[in-house]
Ligand binder design. Structure first.
Ligand code: PLP
Length: 393
């Protein structure tokens, strides 16, 4: 037996464990200090009442002979796919239900989709980046090239015609930078992909944070994208499903390479290796799209958006350069006085007792940047902002 040696090329990630350890050590040494965490990427508000009600009802159904559900369709129940179809239509994108695949979250699909691509493809990922894109391709032994996201391009890199890539990752609104592509930016990527016979893997996990009408929520708002892009989305941030687990992937019928429909390949992959998301969870997810559910999740999203506004307003006042904060739950700030991100992490922890995430953990271009999140508690966010203003003002 030979192991997959590509795993030895994975870089150990100490980012979140180091953040947690440093926080713990500081707290142990300073038990009287109240540390505020603005480093969490997880949601903190509970599920919407409409979701809970729908899941309770589904649980009861499962206890009856008529309402029991065993194995469901691997690609998801029609009722949920139809709800997602209507949601896309409400933003001007028409999809067929067979183009929508329900899963247990975007992370799984982002990794699993790689089953469809041969190993010799060149992968293009932005730096900094959500680490899953790099690690899943490293496991498969693919060649990865990086594109620089930096202050000059507002952390929104555009295609470079001299770079030849086959599989391109885009995440907008972005984790960790909070930056959001406009239509022209995404069109440039669609044009590049079409011209180079490349595929775009578009991660829309944070689309629900887009409130500006002029910014795209979906890659399919760009003409030609159905011929070159797969989109991943999730109920995690939209509706607080990080622990409930449900997401979806859109693989358009028009997407073909070598005369083969990617939709057909993905259906084959999913029906072979996946047995579907629990009925109870899919009922909960469908409740998100009811009038009631939509109003309730908007309230939760509004809470996080207000936190983001409070954080960005403080940085505006301090004259600190940042991306995100608007149309995104993440704020990506430039560390003051040329500090490096871990140095700033210690400085902020020791002097303001606030924890954030050092940008260096997301790639070399994050070296002088720092991520704050809007997923925390309101009172604590306000208090953290006051402390940061006092420290940096
Ligand atoms: N994509 C991005 C960019 C993320 O930041 C995350 C989670 O933080 C995910 C995907 C994973 O989403 P899910 O919970 O649906 O697996």
């Amino acid at each position: 037996m030979n192991i997959n040696k590509n795993y030895q090329n994975l870089e150990d990630s100490y980012l979140f464990s180091t953040v947690a350890r440093k926080q713990r050590e500081f707290q142990e040494a300073n038990p009287d200090k109240k540390v505020i965490r603005l480093s969490i990427g997880d949601v903190t508000l509970p599920l919407a009442p409409a979701v809970i009600e729908a899941m309770h009802k589904a649980v009861d159904e499962m206890g009856t002979k008529e309402g029991f559900h065993g194995y469901g369709p691997e690609q998801g129940y029609d009722f949920l796919k139809q709800s997602i179809q209507s949601y896309y239509a409400s933003h001007g994108t028409q999809l067929e239900t067979d183009e929508i695949f329900i899963s247990d979250g975007a992370k799984s699909d982002v990794g699993n989709i790689l089953d469809l691509f041969s190993q010799d493809n060149v992968v293009l990922v932005p730096d900094p980046v959500y680490p899953v894109y790099v690690d899943t391709n490293t496991m498969a032994g693919r060649k990865i090239v990086y594109m620089n996201a930096n202050e000059e391009n507002g952390f929104l890199p555009l295609p470079d015609a001299s770079v030849k890539a086959d599989i391109i990752y885009l995440c907008s609104p972005n984790n960790p930078t909070g930056a959001v592509y406009d239509r022209d930016g995404l069109k440039a990527w669609v044009d590049y992909a079409l011209a180079n016979n490349a595929i775009l893997l578009f991660d829309a996990a944070y689309e629900c944070f887009v409130t500006s009408d002029d910014l795209p929520r979906s890659i399919y708002e760009i003409e030609g994208a159905k011929k070159c892009a797969i989109e991943f989305c999730s109920f995690s941030k939209t509706a607080g499903f990080t622990g409930t687990r449900c997401g979806y992937t859109v693989v358009p019928m028009e997407l073909e390479f070598d005369g083969v429909k990617m939709n057909k390949m993905w259906l084959r992959r999913q029906t072979t290796k996946f047995n579907g998301v629990p009925y109870i969870v899919q009922r909960g997810a469908a409740a998100v799209f009811t009038e009631e559910g939509m109003a309730q999740i908007q309230e939760n999203l509004g809470y996080y958006q207000e936190n983001a506004r409070i954080l960005s307003e403080a940085l505006d006042e301090l004259g600190v350069w940042y991306t995100g904060g608007k149309n995104s739950p993440y704020i990506w700030l430039k560390c003051p006085n040329g500090m490096e991100s871990w140095e700033f992490f210690d400085y902020l922890l020791e002097n303001a007792n606030v924890v954030g995430t050092p940008g260096a953990g997301f790639g070399k271009n994050g070296k002088n940047f720092f991520r704050l999140t809007a997923f925390g508690d309101r009172e604590q966010t306000i208090e953290a902002v006051e402390r940061i203003k006092k420290l940096l003002g």
